[in-house]
Design a protein around this ligand. Structure first.
Ligand code: C2O
Ligand code: CU
Length: 643
């Protein structure tokens, strides 16, 4: 059974147990366990059977969850230990008709509520003091109830309600405050954490701005000017869009060749909140990463920013603002970056097709409607699809069998595919390839009824859209791949076979009540905390790093580490059929992903959920190289707010 369902089952069972115990407690107060009731004995026993079954069910589910990942179970173990104790005590109390039975039943109810507090408020990992706080609150509530029952007549209900509420409130507060205690975790600006010591910003080291990479003065230059502004766009189909752009819809579409140097100048005309350009998936030197508050200040209206980096890797990439990204990217501050191999494109027709949703308008390519791309019979086509949205998007190909040629810029091999939908994570890219037959071929996003790219002769009729029953699975259907970097691939292969990594980190993704920028939110958390309070993963240059990402939530999280490409080691313990190299991977509800990368690009890099709404609500942390510092901070005069 999937971890997500087991988690739901566990929560439901705890809630049910709390209700049944509460009813028993209330009834024992109303008619203390002495004389028999009107109900036959077996019926009166039913609730006791129910709570026992519910407890055993929770134990079994927790064991199964623990096998999938400790992170699914650790909070439940705390809560269950408490529940088991009070459940047994209450059952004994009822069986022996003890005068304390009612109070113990109330205690068992509180313990079940405590389980929910562990899961819904504290999460994993459980800080020791938070665990103790909940245990103490439940035991104190039980004691108060017992005291009221045994010594002060039968008015315990009001008291219990008060104590219970206090207990839950205390735990909630503890959970919130826990992630905002100064000094215990990362604070404003940037501080790398390691063994309880912090690398203060003032500490000696290499500032991230000095990490500019090697730029060969003699290399051919591709110069791009990004002019960030509020825009009105008239689509060919007649629709108009209000957007923020880097000069045009889909930014300037940048095409360059391996060996070129990309020279970028970014000007901000009138984006009041500021803007940056981040090169999604591209292994840029850290100073070019374009993250406000980490690698630069946000570019305010009237200001500009210049950077240059060598293009040494071919593939499909994209760029977008990383200042208030959840708003800026959504409004249109993005563009595409295609780096062709030195020999040029291998296909006759090579197009880049960003998908972006503006409110209700789904723009695919350059329009919300069908667009024609000339392609003659026998010609080969490469369609580079870029998902610039916040959710995964599905695409179909009709009129041809096709293959996936690359994922996130890295070449892959697949069998010929037909009647299969392609699902691309938020921020991800898939290159699809096919050969033109005698008739037109259409690539369509499932999110739109009208948008399509129709390849063929002008007179060709577009093929009917299809709705494939099956979705392409990169984990099983990629049968070969070319690593973006051979030496990194060799290091990871060696570490994977020996099981020895130089650095490891586990990211437990969850939804918990936390303070985000000082405001109580139902936050998207990593290891129980929200940005900027999530400790950075600290690595040294040359480390082979393993990240384990556990999704305890019920939404998909497209995780995206900057500056590095990861190799997927396993998903739910299952290794992929062929090495998969990704920079954005969808961790589904209840999934556990293990990925590895080589720390070969010094810097301070973001690693975050690319559903930028989730990022804005906390799901952001850093991968920080030892010895690298930054002069920038969140807030400040440029109001830096990367997420
Ligand atoms: Cu497209 Cu921080 O990412
Ligand atoms: Cu997310």
């Amino acid at each position: 059974m999937s971890a997500a369902i087991l988690q739901l089952g566990c929560g439901g069972a705890a809630l049910a147990a709390a209700v049944v115990w509460m009813m028993l407690a209330v009834r024992s107060v109303a008619s203390p366990p002495k004389g028999g009731g009107v109900l036959p004995r077996t019926v009166r026993r039913l609730p006791l059977v129910a709570v026992t079954v519910l407890l055993l069910g929770r134990v079994a589910a927790t064991v199964a969850l623990g096998r999938a990942s400790e992170a699914f179970a650790v909070d439940r173990v705390w809560g269950l230990a408490l529940s088991a104790m009070l459940t047994v005590a209450a059952l004994v109390g009822v069986a022996t008709a003890s005068p304390a039975a009612g109070a113990l039943a109330g205690g068992a109810a509180l313990a079940a509520v405590g389980e929910l507090v562990f899961t819904l408020v504290i999460g994993a990992p459980v800080p020791l003091w938070a665990g103790i706080a909940v245990v103490v609150a439940v035991l104190a509530g039980t004691a108060a109830w017992a005291n009221a029952t045994l010594h002060r007549g039968r008015r315990p209900l009001a008291l219990t309600a008060v104590v219970g509420t206090l207990a839950v409130t205390a735990a909630v507060t503890v959970g919130w405050v826990g992630t905002t205690v100064p000094g215990s975790l990362a604070d404003e600006g940037f501080q790398a954490h390691e063994h309880g010591t912090t690398q203060a910003r003032e500490e000696q080291g290499t500032p991230v701005v000095e990490l500019v990479g090697d730029v060969d003065a003699a290399a051919p230059r591709v110069s791009v000017r990004l002019i960030a502004k509020q825009d009105k766009i008239s689509l060919a189909s007649g629709e108009t869009l209000s957007a923020w752009t880097f000069g045009e819809l889909g930014g300037p579409a940048i095409t360059a060749t391996v060996g070129d140097v990309l020279d970028v100048r970014l000007d901000n005309v009138d984006i009041a909140g500021g803007v940056t350009a981040h090169w999604h998936g591209y292994p840029v030197p850290a100073a070019s990463d374009g993250v406000a508050g980490v690698t630069q200040d946000a570019v305010v209206p009237g200001a500009s920013f210049q950077t240059a980096f060598a293009l040494d890797r071919a593939g499909t990439y994209w760029y977008h603002t990383h200042q208030v990204g959840s708003e800026g990217v959504a409004r249109g501050l993005y563009g595409t970056l295609v780096v062709l191999p030195a020999e040029g494109s291998a296909e006759d027709v090579d197009v880049v097709l960003p998908l972006h949703t503006f409110g209700r308008a789904v723009v695919f390519g350059a329009d919300t409607h069908a667009q024609h791309t000339p392609a003659a019979p026998g010609q080969t086509v490469r369609a580079r699809i870029v998902n610039t949205d916040q959710l995964p998007q599905r695409f179909t190909v009709s009129g041809a069998v096709f293959r996936v040629l690359a994922i996130d810029g890295a070449p892959v091999e697949t069998d010929e595919l037909e009647d299969v939908a392609i699902e691309i994570p938020a921020g991800g890219r898939f290159d699809l390839g096919f050969t033109m037959g005698g008739s037109a071929v259409a690539v369509r996003p499932e999110a739109s009824r009208s948008a399509a790219i129709v390849f063929g002769q002008a007179s060709d009729e577009a093929p009917l859209s299809t709705s494939p029953a099956r979705t392409f699975d990169p984990l099983t259907e990629v049968i070969g791949s070319t690593p973006p970097d051979e030496s990194a691939a060799a290091l990871i292969a060696a570490a994977a076979s020996s099981g020895r990594f130089d650095a490891e980190a586990t990211y437990v993704l969850d939804r918990l009540p936390r303070l985000v920028n000082g405001i109580p939110q139902y936050a998207y958390t990593v290891n129980g905390a929200a940005y900027p309070h999530i400790p950075s993963t600290v690595v040294a240059e040359g480390d082979v790093v393993r990240l384990t990402v556990v999704n305890r939530g019920f939404e998909t999280h497209p995780m995206h580490p900057h500056g590095h490409t990861v190799r997927v080691l396993s998903v739910d313990g299952q290794p992929p059929a062929a090495p998969l190299w990704l920079d954005t991977f969808d961790v589904g509800p209840g999934q556990v992903w293990e990925v590895a990368f080589v720390a070969d690009n010094p810097g301070i890099w973001m690693d975050h959920c690319h559903n930028l709404q989730h990022a804005a609500l906390g799901m952001v942390l850093h991968i920080a190289y030892r010895g690298i510092t930054t002069p920038f901070m969140r807030g400040g005069h440029a109001s830096n707010a990367p997420e």
